[in-house]
Design a protein around this ligand. Sequence first.
Ligand code: PGA
Ligand code: ZN
Length: 403
Amino acid sequence: MPSIEGLAIRKIIDSRGNPTVEVDVQAGGSKGRAAAPSGASTGTHEAVAFPASGIDDAIRTFRKEVVPAIRGREVADQAGVDRRLRELDGTPNFARIGGNVALATSLAVVRTAAHLARQPLYRYLGGAARTRLPFPFGNVIGGGRHAVGGTTIQEYMVVAQGPSVQANVLANARAHRLVLEALAAKLPGEPIGRGDEGAWIAKLDDEAALRVLAEACRDVAREAGFPVRPALDLAASEFWQGGKYGYRDRSLTPSQQIEYLERLVREYDLFSLEDPLEQEDFAGFASLTEAVGDRCHVIGDDLFATNVGRLQRGIDARSANAILIKPNQIGTLSETRAAVDLANKAGYATVVSHRSGETTDDTIAHLAVAFGSLGIKAGAVGGERTAKLNELIRIEEELRGGA
Ligand code: PGA
Ligand code: ZN
């Protein structure tokens, strides 16, 4: 395969209006492009999006150091490109060149290689034989860092499990609509806004919001004729303060938090619980997984930060049974894949995820298929979210021979 002839970077905006980067790579007459997103509830152990000196400095470093280091390399040598990005950075968390610069470069390289191979990305990465596609996790009610004035829990999601991605995406969007109607009836005269990921902001306590979601799930399941279950991302590190989990109306100790969540799993038949405890509590995660892991996916996001070292620690401690995969938490495709491979080996499910600040880049739809993931967290509605969901629908059509 040809070598990389050129790389270019530009500053674009994400869905929050914050600047981020997009990279173009050229090789053998083909061009690949990728952009990187940013989180709001970022974990302590993830790669930093941009160096402390800022995005403009990161762009200068890209032009001065990354371009000469990557130009001339074989475009198909993804491992070599990713290793070079790591060496060039020289820090454990991409603090010098920026995780977003590294990720956009890494993904633009693989997109170029896929174009040259005349294959869609999911196929180039080995996903052609998939018969079961990921379940979309749709964010319906949002709080925490994603929504001022909302619930303490960050994400109330819906997971439809119908016969196709298309049916699931539509069912999730239907639940999103029904929840708006229920909130409008419950809070007459209150304006109902949307958070960073397009989820409704509910001025309700956390369990009342879950009740609204669970009811919408039941209604959609009845209409659609397949299971539709609620799921939560607590993003618990965000409200962990002074040894307790601080909800609006009360504070819970770690063991009270575990008991509370056990009850929620039982009463609301939760499909998954993401970051139910703060990001250092491997033992608390293990207690919760022991209690509910047979019927609920316990997902580590900030806990693992898509990092093989932290995932191995969690596997050894039996902390969870699933991992959230966010490529920009680690910074390169190769390291993202390494986390997926380790998860698969340990019997952990994987859920590929967007960030709260997203672009219309649809690469994660391809990655979720290529990785054979259980799920994809890409929101329920909103342009930068539907970019991924609609791409997944197209991939499904192609895999099923409809295109
Ligand atoms: P973030 O949140 O993208 O704001 O970090 C998403 C999540 O916690 O899953
Ligand atoms: Zn999360």
